[in-house]
Design a protein around this ligand. Structure first.
Ligand code: BG6
Length: 484
């Protein structure tokens, strides 16, 4: 790969996200040559670390690569103790930025990564400008992580604070689901096969099911999760982006700009449900203990409120107001402490109603996209049952990645960091879309807030969620294809 000249400044550089995802992602780019001699990374946080201590901590988290490669890689890392509210500290930070720019010939290219609490994004952005940390030669880009706000008004305020300093095309909002191989594969399937694009609409598709099941509980993130819940944590962002990938109208050219314009149409078509519609179309849940009592109920976990009404499960029906998708329910479901960890999409086609050759009703053909832990595409189609009878039966064509192929799949952060370095916006969340999905989510939350105490816990750890999630589909004669 061609080398890129760039400086990364990571706010929250001592944190968990940086160590688990960002530094290993950068290391992969280094091993592949996208970063080589001319890059540097400054980690900042409050604690007083030395460069050496910082580097050792990074090395210990790197896999693959030789010891020499790791040592050479971390020699590009610098640590700066920094209080984001103190203007003086930005003066010190500017000094080291300028030094490294010269030392590594970075051409003034800067990426500022906010790997920390969002309430400080605005303060940091302001100081970057007022204290002249922005480049006068190369590019300046800002990468931010969710949560982007708590609801539409707070997301809007956050966005305003940022775009006072950065132009919209300089802001890269990470949604790591957009960095997953099989999510990026969706447009290739849709637009690479005329026989699929021809039927990718409400004439042929009966419903689409999206499952983001997790087997882990809240782990040590209760502090954040108590303020979020599954709807904000997974639906507002990841599930909405998946829906957009599945449905965005075919753009004329496959450029980042046109893709994002096209996705914006999907987000603009999201409904704002009334209270009655929320009651009919959305289900929430919270996990109880496991049947064997090995796993704690959510309310008994460390740092959760013993009376918490935070949802750890959501299932719902989303109806898009787009010409090709009217009448096609998108059934979505996500939860913690479910039977398995599995991310998958099932596109359920309409069944043939009047088959010529048999009395039986054929089953619905299904295209399944396995995202993780398995990755690949399955197609369930009807065919003849072997033998002299005239029975029809379902067959499965399967194209799952094998272990060697899985090895080649870049981690989501590696891929998205590279796209940010290359200035490619196509796989980042845009403000317009986020605004639409916050309006959608806010309506659901508002309806839930009016309900009496939800009857929590309402599903067992290790199950596939509350019974109401099954009923949601059963009332139209449908069922979840993936049963855990
Ligand atoms: C994060 C959520 O965005 O996604 C977590 O905050 C969740 O709660 C995680 O566990 C799931 O990501 P993945 O890549 O493991 O499916």
């Amino acid at each position: 790969a061609k080398e890129n000249n760039v400086l990364f400044v990571i706010f929250g550089g001592s944190g968990d996200l940086a160590h688990r995802k960002l530094y290993p992602g950068l290391f992969q780019l280094y091993l592949k040559g996208s970063l080589d001699q001319h890059f540097a990374v400054i980690g900042t946080a409050r604690r007083p670390w030395t460069h050496d201590y910082f580097r050792q901590g990074i090395v210990s988290q790197l896999s693959k690569g030789t010891d020499e490669q790791k040592a050479a890689f971390v020699s590009h890392f610098y640590y700066q103790s920094h209080d984001v509210k103190d203007s003086e500290h930005y003066v010190a930070l500017k000094k080291i930025i300028d030094q490294l720019d010269e030392k590594y010939q970075l051409n003034g290219n800067r990426i500022f990564y906010m790997a920390m609490a969002p309430d400080l994004f605005g303060t940091i952005a302001q100081h970057l400008k007022s204290e002249n940390l922005l480049s006068d030669r190369g590019y300046d880009r800002l990468i931010i992580e969710k949560p982007f706000g708590h609801d539409y008004p707070s997301a809007h305020a956050l966005n305003q604070a940022i775009i006072e300093t950065f132009d919209p095309d300089q802001v890269f909002r990470i949604d790591h689901y957009l960095g997953k191989e099989m999510i990026q594969n969706i447009p290739y399937l849709r637009f690479g096969n005329p026989f699929l694009s021809a039927i990718w609409n409400n004439k042929f598709i009966d419903n689409i099911q999206i499952t983001l099941a997790e087997s882990l509980g809240v782990e040590e993130r209760a502090g954040y999760y108590e303020t979020a819940g599954a709807l904000r944590d997974m639906v507002q962002n990841h599930i909405m982006q998946i829906i957009a990938m599945l449905t965005f109208p075919k753009p004329e050219h496959y450029t980042d700009r046109e893709i994002n314009q096209s996705k914006a149409q999907v987000f603009a078509s999201l409904p704002v449900y009334s209270e009655a519609e929320v009651a009919e179309k959305f289900v929430r849940g919270q996990y109880g203990a496991g049947s064997d009592q090995q796993q704690l109920a959510y309310r008994d976990e460390d740092k959760t409120d013993p009376q918490s009404n935070v949802e750890t499960f959501v299932a719902g029906e989303i109806d898009l107001d787009l010409p090709d998708w009217q009448g096609v329910p998108f059934y979505v479901r996500t939860g913690k402490r479910l039977a398995t960890k599995n991310t998958r999409i099932d596109v359920v086609f309409k069944a043939e109603e009047h088959p010529l050759f048999t009395e039986q009703t054929p089953t619905s053909p299904v295209l399944t996209i396995e995202v993780e832990p398995e990755s690949g595409v399955l197609l369930q189609i009807n065919g003849k049952k072997i033998g002299t009878s005239n029975f029809i039966e379902s067959h499965q064509l399967s194209d799952l990645l094998d272990d060697d192929q899985q090895e080649l799949v870049p981690d989501a952060y590696e891929r998205l960091l590279l796209e940010a370095v290359l200035g490619k916006q196509g796989n980042f969340a845009q403000w317009e879309g986020m605004a639409g999905s916050w309006h959608f989510v806010d309506a659901i939350r508002a309806a839930w807030a009016k309900e009496f105490q939800p009857e929590f816990p309402n599903y067992e750890s290790g199950s596939m969620g509350p019974k109401a999630a099954t009923d949601l589909l059963a009332k139209t004669g449908r069922h979840w294809l993936y049963q855990g």
